[in-house]
Design a protein around this ligand. Structure first.
Ligand SMILES: [Zn+2]
Length: 91
């Protein structure tokens, strides 16, 4: 029986490190909190590929992540932001 696994995505400031994302191989990836839309999508896929295929070279990860991003984006996949915890200006 296979075990269900999830890669945890943590958003944080990564500006200083010069990277958009980080993968350390322990089931959690870090994504720059400033990224939005298609670029955020690309970086999440990119870091997941590092987690799942640690032997892949950086260039291969970049190429494969870009192909997956373009294909899924073209197929209409988008993040829905349902965050509603912040009060509106009359609340
Ligand atoms: Zn990389």
């Amino acid at each position: 029986m296979s075990q269900r696994k999830t890669i945890k995505v943590t958003y944080q400031k990564l500006g200083r490190s010069g990277a958009w994302g980080l993968s350390e191989g322990f089931g959690e990836i870090f994504v720059d909190e400033k990224l939005r839309g298609k670029k955020q999508f690309e970086i999440i896929i990119h870091e997941m590929l590092h987690e799942l295929f640690p032997a892949l070279e950086e260039k291969e990860v970049e190429q494969k992540a870009a192909i997956m991003t373009r294909t899924l984006w073209k197929e209409g996949f988008r993040k829905i932001d349902n965050h509603d915890k912040d009060k509106l200006q009359d609340e």
